[in-house]
Design a protein around this ligand. Structure first.
Ligand SMILES: CC(C)(COP(=O)(O)OP(=O)(O)OC[C@H]1O[C@@H](n2cnc3c(N)ncnc32)[C@H](O)[C@@H]1OP(=O)(O)O)[C@@H](O)C(=O)NCCC(=O)NCCS
Length: 436
């Protein structure tokens, strides 16, 4: 137990913000030695974004950079380039997500890194695939969501709220990091056979699009027959040329929706507006019967407007109205209990607060508490999302900016004098402001 899968793997982490760091944090949690390169005196932009205290790194940074080492390094100086070169020569993986063209300008493109160390795998994140007309654009989360047809298919479908809507889930950021992770782990397996590193290019667009597969399915169907039975627009509304926004439909052939419930009190306040439950009616007759019995709708079992899945799609408004009336005098937890016991797919709409205060989720991986020490103390983050029967990640703190600089430089063979010079000439420490 506890042989880390990536033990002995050295990662040079030239990433920042969320997409890249989410990937390298997973590499660290799987046991790799991750050295994060940060600009001296500046660091990853998220250190100072959305801070809870002026002198502390933000939760944004803390949640994405635990268990890494921080090397403050200006890769634009000759010494900085020399240090980075030494690091790369020893590395198994180099990862970057700077703006398009930035790594070429710094002199550490895939070709350059491959020439320095043919075994080194090179992972890169950009906004768009290289074939895209947008390939030179800088990108953040919403850019990925709007261009991968995620936003145009998300949100409300009728006025006044009919507008493209972004998902709360980081489809363009952390999701891209996880996609790159797949590519890097595949590249490591490939290197076992070939002895050579490969170039793994992951765009935020493609990572987001990979999660929008069912929307492309819907477009194909719409092109073919002109309507989509699972959508609120069917059968009475109009369909245009493209997949419409879907509100809260389940998305496949089963009928699902969010239904308002009685306030539950406690953490579930009226202001927050999360007194809802999601209920699904499966297509199968047996499942439908169980749902009808649990809600007291036995009359539907013999009613041709409701007793087949296709009929329910045609009468979905009536279905929703009746279920909504049934849930209205119950809390979302009560509905979940009643329908869950009957085998009906159901779940309460949970707020961040409700979810993060659920102690059962602190199981070692789902939500984890990391002790950062100092004034920050303990903070909560989302752990490694999968479990392995013979390996348990250990969750440690985040590095301070440049906190491992001397240690890393020493491991590369630099002398104390050289290390001092690098700090004095601005390679590893920010130069003092000139006195006026
Ligand atoms: C996120 C993004 C929009 C930020 O763009 P940005 O504000 O220009 O910031 P970058 O860090 O990419 O680049 C800023 C400069 O810092 C430089 N830099 C970064 N780290 C450095 C270091 N350690 N040493 C020296 N220079 C450094 C870059 O070389 C770049 O210089 P240049 O402008 O002369 O080319 C952009 O990096 C991007 O589109 N990345 C790809 C997609 C992505 O991952 N987005 C983030 C999703 S969470």
């Amino acid at each position: 137990m506890n042989t880390a899968p990536l033990q002995g793997i050295k990662v040079v982490d030239f990433t920042e913000v969320q997409s890249g760091p989410s990937c390298t944090q997973m590499l660290a949690w799987l046991g790799a030695d991750v050295i994060k390169i940060e600009r001296p005196g500046v660091g990853d932009a998220t250190r100072k974004e959305l801070q809870f205290a002026p002198d502390e790194p933000s939760y944004y940074f803390l949640q994405l950079n635990s268990d890494k080492k921080s090397l403050a390094l200006d890769a634009k100086t000759p010494d900085g380039k020399e240090i980075l070169t030494r690091l790369i020569k020893e590395a198994d993986i180099f990862v970057e997500n700077l703006h398009p063209g930035a790594m070429d300008k710094l002199g550490f493109s895939w070709e350059a890194v491959h020439a320095l160390n043919p075994r080194c795998i090179y992972g890169t994140i950009k906004g768009f695939p290289v074939s895209s007309k947008y390939k030179n654009l800088k990108a953040y989360e919403p850019i990925a969501q709007v261009t991968a047809a995620a936003a145009s298919t998300t949100g409300w479908y009728s006025d006044p709220d009919n507008m493209p809507t972004q998902s709360g889930a980081a489809l363009g950021d952390s999701n891209t990091g996880m996609h790159l992770l797949i590519g890097l782990l595949a590249a490591l397996c490939q290197r076992e056979k070939t002895g050579e590193g490969t170039y793994v290019y992951q765009s935020m667009h493609n990572a987001c699009l990979n999660l929008c597969r069912i929307k492309t399915r819907d477009q194909l169907t719409l092109d073919r027959i002109g309507y989509l039975t699972q959508f609120p627009q069917y059968p009475d509304g109009k369909f245009g040329d493209c997949v419409p926004r879907a509100g809260n439909i389940e998305g496949s052939g089963v009928l699902g929706w969010t239904y308002k419930c009685k306030p539950a009190g406690g953490l579930d306040s009226e202001i927050d507006g999360n007194n809802y439950v999601y209920v699904i009616l499966q297509r199968g007759a047996k499942d439908f019967e169980a749902a009808c019995k649990a809600m007291g709708f036995e009359d539907w079992l013999t009613n041709p407007d409701f007793n087949t899945a296709d009929a329910r799609d045609r009468h979905k408004d009536a279905v929703h109205q009746r279920i909504a009336a049934w849930t209205a005098d119950k809390t979302k937890y009560e509905v979940t209990e009643i329908l869950g016991a009957a085998g009906v797919p159901v779940g309460p709409v949970l707020s961040t607060k409700e979810m993060m205060t659920d102690e059962s989720l602190y199981d070692g991986n789902t939500l984890v508490r990391i002790n950062q020490g100092g004034d920050i103390g303990e903070f909560v983050t989302v752990g490694c999302p999968f479990t392995m029967s013979n390996y348990q990640p250990q969750y440690g703190p985040c590095p301070s900016l440049g906190g491992n600089t001397d240690e890393v430089l020493k491991s590369l063979g630099y002398t104390d004098d050289q290390i001092k010079t690098f700090a004095q000439n601005g390679t590893t420490a920010s130069l003092a402001e000139p006195k006026k």
